[in-house]
Design a protein around this ligand. Structure first.
Ligand code: AP5
Ligand code: MG
Length: 215
C-alpha cells in the first residue's frame, strides 16, 4: 500500500508513520528526517536545507522531488511505502504523480491527520526528538523509559531547533499557503481520508488501519 500522510506541523504524521512502520514494515520516508540527517552529517544537501528549515521555509522543489523519487526506487519500496511530509505543494504532488506513473505505480490513499490547529501547536512546543534516529517524544504524553535517552536507539533526546514559537508560526503559514491546497487536490482524485490527530495514538493508528485495511 502506497500512503501519503498529510497534515499541519505537529499533527502527528511522524508519530503515526513510525507506528505503522513498526507494525507493517512499510518504509517510513520523511523528507524532514532526511534533511535533518544530512544537516547532522554536514553534507552539501544538509548545508542547503539548513537555511530553509531553520526559518520554516520549504527546501526547493527540484531538490526535494529528486530525493524522494530516488528513495522510492529502492527495493524496500516495492510493496508499499509511507510518505511523511511529502508532497508539500502542488508542484511536488505533480512531480510525484508523474514519477510513480512512469513506473506503473500510484498513491492508494492520502491520510489527512486533522484536528484543531491551536491544540496541535500547543502540543508541538512539548515535542522532543531523538537526535540520532528522529523518534518523536512528548514531555507529557510520550516520555522515554529513561529520561533524555531514546528507547529505540539510545540516542540523546533534544528539542528541534524549528520548534521555537516563532518558527512554528512560520511553518503554519507555509502550510496554509502551500500545503493546504493539497487537500482539494487529493479530494479530486478521490484519495483523501481524514483521521483525528488529537485522539490517542493507538486510536489514530486504528483509524488508519480501518481506512487502509492494514491488519
Ligand atoms: P517536517 O519534519 O516534515 O516537519 P513538519 O511538517 O513541520 O511536521 P512535524 O514533524 O513538526 O510534525 P508531525 O506531524 O510529524 O508531528 P509529530 O508526529 O512529530 O519538516 C521540517 C522542515 O523540513 C520543513 O519546515 C521544511 O523546511 C523541510 N521540509 C520537509 N519536507 C519538505 C518538503 N516536502 N518540501 C520542502 N521542504 C520540506 O507529533 C508532534 C508531537 O505531538 C510529538 O511530541 C508527538 O509525541 C505528539 N503526538 C503526536 N500524535 C499524538 C497523539 N495522537 N496524542 C498525543 N500526542 C501526540
Ligand atoms: Mg514529523
Amino acid at each position: 500500500m502506497n500512503i501519503i500522510m498529510l497534515g499541519v506541523p505537529g499533527a502527528g504524521k511522524g508519530t503515526i508513520s513510525k507506528e505503522l512502520h513498526e507494525k507493517y514494515n512499510l518504509p517510513h520516508i520523511s523528507t524532514g528526517d532526511i534533511f535533518r540527517e544530512n544537516i547532522k552529517n554536514n553534507t552539501e544537501l544538509g548545508k542547503l536545507a539548513k537555511s530553509y528549515i531553520d526559518t520554516g521555509k520549504l527546501v526547493p522543489d527540484d531538490v526535494t522531488i529528486n530525493i524522494v523519487v530516488d528513495r522510492l526506487k529502492r527495493e524496500d519500496c516495492k510493496d508499499g511505502f509511507i510518505l511523511d511530509g511529502f508532497p508539500r505543494n502542488i508542484i511536488q504532488a505533480d512531480g510525484l504523480k508523474k514519477a510513480l506513473s512512469a513506473n506503473n505505480k500510484k498513491i492508494d490513499v492520502v491520510i489527512l491527520v486533522d484536528g484543531d490547529v491551536d491544540k496541535i501547536i500547543k502540543r508541538l512546543s512539548g515535542r522532543r526528538v531523538c537526535e540520532k534516529c528522529g523518534t518523536p517524544y512528548h514531555i507529557e504524553t510520550l516520555r522515554p523509559k529513561v529520561d533524555g535517552v531514546c528507547d529505540t536507539c539510545g540516542g540523546k533526546i533534544i528539542q528541534r531547533k524549528d520548534d521555537s514559537e516563532e518558527v512554528i508560526l512560520d511553518r503554519i503559514n507555509v502550510y496554509n499557503e502551500q500545503t493546504k491546497p493539497l487537500i482539494d487536490y487529493y479530494k479530486k482524485d478521490n484519495l483523501l481520508k481524514s483521521v483525528d490527530g488529537l485522539a490517542k495514538i493507538e486510536d489514530v493508528v486504528k483509524q488508519v488501519e480501518d481506512i487502509t485495511g492494514l491488519r
